[in-house]
Write a protein that binds this ligand. Structure first.
Ligand code: MEV
Length: 435
């Protein structure tokens, strides 16, 4: 019977691995080999990785791909993409090339305001709380002076604090709703530090505010919100409908089918979720490559997709006066300084590849990645179907699963150029080669 382990985080990396092997793998040397195979030989780089999280035992690699030919606001970019899904980079590159020949992408930042809340319990007279807040607001703001000195110098910092009465939703529940401009930083640490200071000042001042009597407000918690509907970006492509003509399909037919597919995703949750998942294939890949927090982005984006009370598509498409227009609007809280962005050598490299963008520029590049990914998916879905391209890209994974040699892979690559890929078809092909 296994026993719980105590003081684990204090053990050395070697001790942790020994414990793991003895507890779960009968000390199998093959497991140790796999763990160590993924160490980098550069000792200080390995240490940097080990220091990112607690109890790191090895590195977990994902492919870092690049998708060239993205024309965004008249500038050509190559997007860095980290993903395990075979077809994502190929799809992005195809969409980039398609729109390169049709004027490229335009993108604009609509707003950059982030927010966080001090959550408060209060069961007394709401008018007294309002009175207290108004009398204390300047003190609350002043208590951030030291914390936000540098951010203020650069033009950012706290924008405003509002007292919100949410007691109709949850009895006794109020918020200090705080808004921030964090410039090129994603700002999570800055915002959380400010909120905790505000909470402290709020508590001290409320203790001294006699009018409350015994019914004093109590801070429950302070935390930023990953829902950032005031930190919005929009990306778009458009062209004449006839310019969408492709092999075997008229521009008009393609445009109509495309818009129909978008409208289905706007009106039906099951489709919308998959549709938006495809968008996130592009978004997450660039967010991850640049060392940004993809969970924060995911959570905020999906909440935004449900902002009208139902979950719908993040992209929109129209045909008006013979012009096809396709766009995305979504919230993205991203940073190009701080966090892993400058610490992880590959995140730093990804940002260099993107021409050292400001957070605003990165928002535009990431939004374009999402739009391009969605374009590629819908283009396939309403024409040849998704499996053709997807399985083509998945071919190497199947061959690797079957332990195919380089010669077998090359033969398979040629054969499956003309034939459709499925797991069983590849299996049969390899068996035939071997027999
Ligand atoms: C697969 O990862 C993503 C798609 O399912 C997206 C979509 O259906 O729009 C192809």
């Amino acid at each position: 019977m296994r026993q719980p382990v105590s003081g684990f985080s204090k053990k050395s990396k070697e001790q942790k691995i020994e414990w793991l092997l003895a507890t779960y793998f009968n000390s199998a040397s093959s497991v140790k080999e796999i763990i160590q195979q993924y160490y980098t030989s550069d000792v200080s780089l390995q240490q940097l990785h080990d220091d990112f999280i607690e109890n790191a035992i090895t590195n977990y690699y994902l492919p870092f791909g690049i998708a060239p030919n993205f024309l965004i606001n008249g500038q050509l970019y190559t997007l860095p993409m980290v993903t395990e899904e075979s077809s994502v980079v190929a799809a992005a590159s195809n969409a980039a090339k398609f729109w390169l020949e049709r004027g490229g992408f335009t993108a604009e930042v609509i707003s950059t305001v982030k927010n966080g809340q001090v959550h408060i319990d209060f069961y007394g007279d709401a008018n007294i709380l309002v009175e207290f807040f108004e009398a204390t607001k300047l003190k609350l703001i002043a208590s951030l002076d030291t914390l936000q000195k540098n951010m203020k110098k650069r033009g950012g910092g706290l924008l405003d604090i509002e007292l919100l009465d949410a007691s109709a939703t949850l009895e006794g529940y109020y918020q200090l709703h705080c808004t921030f401009e964090t410039l090129d930083a994603m700002g999570a640490n800055f915002i959380n530090t400010c909120l905790e200071q505000l909470a402290t000042t709020f508590t001290i001042e409320s203790q001294n505010y006699k009018t409350f009597g015994l019914e004093k407000p109590k801070v429950v918690m302070s935390i930023l919100s990953n829902y950032v509907p005031e930190c919005l970006v929009r990306a778009e492509v458009h062209c004449k409908v006839e310019d969408l003509a492709q092999e075997h399909i008229l521009g008009e037919t393609f445009a109509k089918n495309f818009v129909r597919a978008i409208n289905i995703a706007k009106s039906e949750t099951r489709r919308a979720v998959t549709h938006n998942k495809g968008i996130m294939n592009g978004i997450d890949a660039v967010v991850l490559a640049t060392g940004n927090d993809f969970r924060a982005v995911e959570a905020g984006v999906h909440a935004y997709a449900a902002k009208n009370g139902y979950y719908g598509s993040l992209t929109h498409a129209t045909i008006e006066d013979g012009v096809f227009r396709f766009w995305i609007e979504l919230p993205l809280a991203l940073g190009t300084v701080g966090g892993l962005t400058s610490l992880h050598p590959l995140a730093r490299f990804a940002l260099q590849l993107l021409q050292n963008p400001s957070a605003r520029e990165l928002m535009q590049q990431v939004a374009v990645a999402g739009l391009a990914q969605n374009f590629a998916a819908i283009k396939s879905l309403v024409t040849v179907g998704i499996q053709k391209g997807h399985m083509k890209m998945h071919l190497m994974n199947i061959l690797n699963q079957l332990g195919a040699s380089s010669a077998e892979k090359e033969k398979a690559r040629i054969y499956f150029k003309e034939n459709s890929v499925s797991h069983s078809a590849v299996e049969r092909f390899v068996e035939d080669l071997r027999s």
